[in-house]
Design a protein around this ligand. Structure first.
Ligand code: ATP
Ligand code: MG
Length: 454
């Protein structure tokens, strides 16, 4: 994976391979693999336009990192010495966003290029008493900007005027070594913004990089700082952590560092309490499936992921309620509501999504009932696929739902006649209501005129 960077390093440091390069290091066009053809044309437009308006402008962050690693960047960010207001004057299709730090978003149809003004050295920052950065809108130079970024590998700048890459922080050496290093004192940087701990895990999983010790060790003691992060921001971070193809590794690392508890407290507690392997197997398989889908370019939805992660607390509550004599449907409804209302204290989610999560769980109850003609309604519901996949996951992870799973697996794939025959077999075996007593819809109709007396 790091072939291109390694060859880049060989060419830059031919003889003195072990000598640390002096910083800043400028890597010219012939010594790196970034080509303009790999950069989005809209990002290039932004760079050229800012340059011709007399401003400095660089591609920065994940875009440069990923291009150097030969990966396809997720998005392109630009850093400039123009103030946000000056950027707005250059682009008509521009909106300024952010309160803490003003950023310019330049719109090109569905693509947004984010343009940030160089940040200063922090002398004008305001911090809360526990070190959290509450305002940092002092602008600065490129070098100051580099030192304010989170990890060295995220602080590389590509200048389109000269086609060179600028490294102020030792990023190239870290890229070559496959190492994630925070810039500055880790504990201090985590206090400023605890989300950096999640980002450390995310980049290490995504890139397969090792987190260096100065960066990783303080995470264990700084993890509780996660409580200060807003639940809305955590929803966005959660999606980035789990929906981009490396969810399983991310989850394992989050648990290792004690960060997972702050995202999903109920789940962490249930994993610690449960003696059986089922919940762990279930989550691991669910995340593996998600990763597989991403690698096949199939859609993944946050609701399914949340339904998987939160299943064990729901299952435990359903079991408790059923033991107390509650009917399955009500048990599922109540358990789902309780688990979601606990969860949103840590990670808020749009109502649309919490409803989808709940539906996946409630459909587990419905799938197990197999009530007469209702099975066709279930089959046609647009949540059937998600609910069936969920049932499959339960089955594959060792929950005792084999018969149910096999039945639905045949039922949803077969023709109507066969479905009718499967239903009538089920009725013979379990009675008309799938084992439950209810009004018999198949009873002989009374001749007209005869009343029931009801
Ligand atoms: P991705 O591939 O996920 O887009 P990225 O590195 O581009 O990775 P972004 O969240 O897009 O990450 O942020 C762009 C850049 O902004 C980062 O590369 C980093 O330099 C800087 N940055 C983002 N978040 C922080 C933070 N919390 N603290 C310091 N710098 C940050
Ligand atoms: Mg990015």
């Amino acid at each position: 994976m790091f072939g291109q960077v390694k060859s880049l390093m060989r060419r830059v440091f031919t003889k003195e391979d072990n000598v640390k390069p002096a910083l800043p290091q400028v890597i010219s066009r012939d010594h790196h693999n970034i080509s303009r053809s790999n950069i989005s044309t809209n990002a290039l437009k932004v760079l050229y336009r800012l340059n011709s308006a007399g401003y400095e402008a660089y591609l920065v962050g994940g875009g440069v990192r990923d291009l150097l690693l030969g990966r396809e960047p997720k998005d392109f960010d630009v850093a400039t010495d123009a103030s946000p207001e000056e950027v707005k004057r250059v682009f008509r299709n521009c909106r300024l966003i952010g309160r803490r730090f003003r950023l310019a978003h330049i719109y090109f149809g569905r693509e947004i290029i984010e343009v940030a003004t160089f940040r200063g050295d922090g002398s004008g920052d305001r911090r809360s008493k526990d070190g959290l950065l509450v305002r940092d809108n002092v602008y600065g130079t490129l070098e100051e900007d580099a030192w304010r970024r989170d990890f060295t590998i995220n602080a590389l700048y590509y200048e389109v005027k000269t086609f060179s890459v600028i490294d102020h922080v030792g990023a190239i050496a870290d890229l070559e070594a496959g190492r994630l290093s925070i810039i500055g004192d880790a504990a201090e940087r985590y206090r400023e913004d605890p989300v950096r701990m999640l980002r450390a895990v995310r980049f290490s999983s995504k890139l397969g990089f090792i987190i260096n010790e100065e960066t990783s060790k303080p995470i264990f003691e700084c993890a509780p700082l996660m409580e200060t992060v807003s639940s809305a921001r955590l929803f966005d971070e959660m999606c980035k952590l789990f929906l981009h193809g490396y969810a399983l590794n991310t989850y394992e690392q989050l648990r290792h560092y004690g960060l997972f508890y702050y995202l999903f407290p109920q789940v962490e507690r249930s994993l610690e309490q449960q003696e059986s392997d089922y919940p762990k197997t279930f989550i691991a398989r669910g995340l593996e499936n998600t990763d597989q889908r991403v690698s096949e370019n199939r859609p993944v939805i946050p609701a399914f992921l949340l339904a998987v992660l939160l299943w064990e607390p729901v299952r435990t509550r359903v079991a408790e309620k059923s033991e107390q004599g509650m009917r399955p449907m009500q048990a599922y409804q109540e358990a789902a509501d309780e688990v979601i209302s606990q969860q949103v204290k840590s990670i808020s989610m749009p109502r649309r999504i919490s409803l989808q999560v709940k539906e996946i769980w409630i459909m587990q109850a419905k799938l197990s009932m197999r009530r007469g003609r209702k099975v066709f309604e279930l089959l046609e519901s647009n949540r059937f696929r998600a609910a069936f996949d969920f049932l499959q996951l339960r089955h594959q992870s060792g929950e005792e739902v084999a018969e149910l799973y096999e039945w639905w697996n045949s039922f949803h794939q077969t023709n109507y006649e066969e479905q009718e025959s499967m239903l009538s077999q089920l009725r013979k075996r379990e009675g008309p209501a799938g084992g439950r007593r209810r009004r018999n819809p198949y009873r002989r109709r009374r001749p007209s005129g005869e009343t029931t007396g009801e």
